[in-house]
Design a protein around this ligand. Structure first.
Ligand SMILES: Cc1cc2nc3c(=O)[nH]c(=O)nc-3n(C[C@H](O)[C@H](O)[C@H](O)COP(=O)(O)O)c2cc1C
Length: 394
């Protein structure tokens, strides 16, 4: 079946996930799909949505609808962002460029990861004006400063500091599969790959993906054990709330903290002069046993009191999930796995297909909730009143 034909039959993100699982070697699929420890937080991310219910509205004039919104002063076509993911070149050749182009086509922002598998220049060429950058704080401040200067000159306007990865989550699937960087081959992995010839041919043609951006910054391609361990050697695990001043002084654009999980985090972000937060638990890939992000969202919204742009991710798979987040006060949703499943299913076209599925579902949810504009969704949700104010509940 051609890529176009298989995408045409994919009606949901779960459909794209299934196609991705058939196209990728097991170890690569598991790297995307897996989470840390018992994967309880990844499951809770999904279960959390069931605590909130959208309210249907009927007999509303829905003839003119606009799913667009404004993020950091820029008009975007949808309240969605392609969030930062590392190793994109392992899911499809030049995956970072495919995702950047898909975001550009759909007129939404794309966040380049520090763990990108392409260099800065090709990414800048592929991405639209709404290109954001995700920073893993490096151990070496001199290198971090040089990186900030480069991305500023390259026209990135929004910087997301990822705050929840000072220590790598233990991802058992990766340990079991021996998913290392660079790929190290064993008879089992070769057999796994041989069952996925389409993927293998792409990798042979373009070469095994490397952390190309890191190589540009640090001067060599970091190597080692599992991918999260490789990243770990470069990430500064001593960077604290107090050090945010250092970053604030050096970054002239919008500064956003990713990994926010409570009202207190939002208050500290405000005190540090940040413009936004991403309510995130890294898709359940870091602290196993944590709550879902959708359950934490209301307390963050209250603490921010309209003074922060609030983005959220982790577990979003349907338009209804996105509508609930907007109804609870988020400005937009960042997508991790949904666009990666699309990418693995069909490159740039697959990533766009994932966005279109979510856009169509979101438009439908918005309309059936009686909203013709994104901001009309605010408050149109039940369940918030049952949450204690700090968002925690056993
Ligand atoms: C394969 C993969 C790689 C990721 N790499 C990064 C990264 O380099 N930087 C980062 O801040 N977050 C990274 N994340 C986390 C995502 O940005 C996001 O927080 C998470 O995927 C959201 O959950 P979702 O996948 O359920 O949408 C990664 C996630 C996945 C699945």
């Amino acid at each position: 079946m051609t890529i176009a034909a298989s995408l045409a039959h994919a009606a949901s993100i779960e459909d794209l996930r299934l196609i991705a699982s058939r196209k990728l070697p097991r170890m690569v699929f598991d790297y995307i799909d897996g989470a840390s420890g018992s994967e309880a937080t990844a499951r809770r991310n999904r279960a959390g949505f069931d605590r909130f219910l959208l309210r249907p509205e009927i007999l509303v004039d829905l003839s003119k609808r606009d799913p667009g919104t404004t993020l950091f002063g820029e008009r975007v076509a949808l309240p969605m962002v392609i969030g930062p993911t590392g190793m994109n070149g392992a899911y499809w050749a030049q995956g970072d460029l495919c995702l950047a182009r898909a975001a550009r086509q759909e007129n939404i922002p794309f966040v380049m990861s520090t763990a990108a598998t392409v260099g800065l220049d090709p990414l800048v060429q592929a991405a639209g004006p709404m290109r954001w950058f995700q920073l893993y704080m490096l151990r070496d401040r001199g290198l971090a400063q040089a990186l900030l200067d480069r991305i500023d000159h390259a026209g990135f306007k929004v910087l997301q500091l990822t705050g929840d990865t000072a220590v790598a989550g233990r991802r058992n699937r990766d340990i079991r599969n021996g998913f290392t960087l660079p790929f190290r081959w064993s008879p089992r992995k070769l057999a796994d790959t041989a069952r996925r010839p389409g993927w293998a041919v792409q990798m042979l043609r373009h070469g095994s993906p490397t952390l190309q951006l890191f190589a540009e910054i640090v001067g060599n391609v970091p190597q080692g054990a599992t991918i999260s361990e490789v990243m770990q050697r470069q990430i500064n695990d001593g960077f604290t709330w107090r050090d945010l001043d250092w970053l604030r002084e050096r970054w002239p654009g919008k500064l956003v903290l990713k990994g926010v999980a409570s009202a207190e985090h939002a208050r500290l972000a405000l005190a540090a002069g940040l413009e936004g937060v991403v309510v995130s638990n890294h898709g359940g890939r870091q602290l196993d046993g944590a709550s879902s992000t959708i359950e934490q969202l209301p307390s963050v919204v209250d603490a921010a009191a309209g003074r922060l742009t609030i983005l959220i991710d982790s577990g979003f798979r349907h338009g209804a999930d996105i509508a609930k987040a907007i109804a609870l006060g988020a400005d937009a949703v960042q997508l991790g796995r949904p666009t990666l499943f699309g990418l693995a299913a069909g490159g740039e076209a697959g990533a766009r297909h994932a966005l279109r599925i979510l856009a169509a579902e979101f438009d439908c949810e918005m309309a059936l909730s009686g909203a013709t504009r994104v901001q009309d969704l605010r408050g149109r949700v039940q369940g918030r009143e049952r949450l204690p104010t700090d968002g925690f509940e056993l």
